[in-house]
Write a protein that binds this ligand. Structure first.
Ligand code: ADP
Ligand code: MG
Length: 259
């Protein structure tokens, strides 16, 4: 296992998380969700994050997105402190209702481009390229209520990629899909990341998904949580062993499949 702060040799980290503590101010006082996370991610690395429900996976993702300020420690992206959301870090959530219901598929993907100053024609052109990438060209004129869950998630991915983020943040995006659709989207996501050379932080409940999509798997556990392991995924033949180790680490919490 590599040190948490090592990235691939020769690659400066795209994301650096230093002794970060995360939590929320509540009516009952401060609730610390994540106690101490130290991590660096290279520019074309894929990190999957796994851990029991409530261990702070979404909290960590929100902090990287710039939606939540750390209670302690620092998060830097491309050498600069993260203080707010930015187009360089796009987020895809689990929720099927993250699209704008009154806009077409094309309109949903073109929208962030328009907001960022692209003219209508250029925005639509670029959006059509992304619909092609996510196999949605035939659905360009449909509205979200006319789409399956898998299609909605592909629109969300296309929209997230529209601004060419350097890092894609995904919070259990396939968690509510049937197994066949999920497998298909996992494969497509890998191809899309290869084509667009985008780094990934992907939260999941599934050990198989974590091993399939990650170069490394970050295991969080405890309340407040800490990093209990950072696995290098390695070759497919070594994955049986990795799966057994991850199962052992998560053993106390198996069967709990809620958020
Ligand atoms: P996970 O995604 O791993 O299931 P979360 O990051 O959603 O976990 O939550 C981590 C902890 O923080 C939990 O104890 C949860 O109840 C708490 N929490 C999450 N969001 C909030 C919030 N907005 N206010 C207060 N506590 C929260
Ligand atoms: Mg969550």
């Amino acid at each position: 296992m590599r040190d948490a702060l090592d990235t691939a040799p020769g690659m400066p980290p795209l994301l650096r998380i230093e002794h970060v503590q995360l939590g929320y101010e509540t009516a009952r006082g401060r609730h610390v969700a994540v106690d101490d996370v130290d991590l660096a991610l290279g520019a074309d690395e894929r990190l999957t994050v796994i851990g029991p429900s409530g261990c702070g996976k979404s909290t960590l993702l929100r902090a990287i997105a710039g939606l939540l300020a750390p209670l302690a420690g620092r998060i830097a992206f491309d050498g600069r402190p993260v203080t707010k959301p930015g187009p360089d870090r796009a987020v895809v959530f689990q929720d099927f209702d993250q699209l704008l219901p009154w806009r077409s598929v094309l309109g949903n993907v073109a929208y962030p481009l328009r907001v960022n100053g692209l003219g209508r024609r250029r925005a639509d052109e670029r959006a059509r390229e992304l619909l092609d990438l996510t196999d949605l060209s035939a659905a360009a004129d449909r509205h979200p209520h006319e789409l399956s869950g898998g299609m909605k998630q592909r629109v969300a991915i296309a929209r997230a990629l529209a601004l060419q983020p350097r890092l894609l943040l995904m919070d259990e995006p396939f968690g509510a899909l049937d197994a066949i659709t999920r497998e298909r989207l996992q494969g497509r996501l890998r191809e899309i990341l290869d084509e667009t050379r985008t780094a990934l932080v992907f939260v999941t409940h599934s050990i198989d998904e974590a091993l399939l999509l990650g170069d490394r798997v970050l295991v969080l556990a405890g309340a407040p949580s800490r990093v209990v392991a950072l696995h290098d995924v390695g070759t497919p033949d070594s994955q049986g062993e990795a799966r057994t180790q991850l199962q052992a680490l998560l053993a106390d919490d198996r069967g709990d499949d809620r958020d």
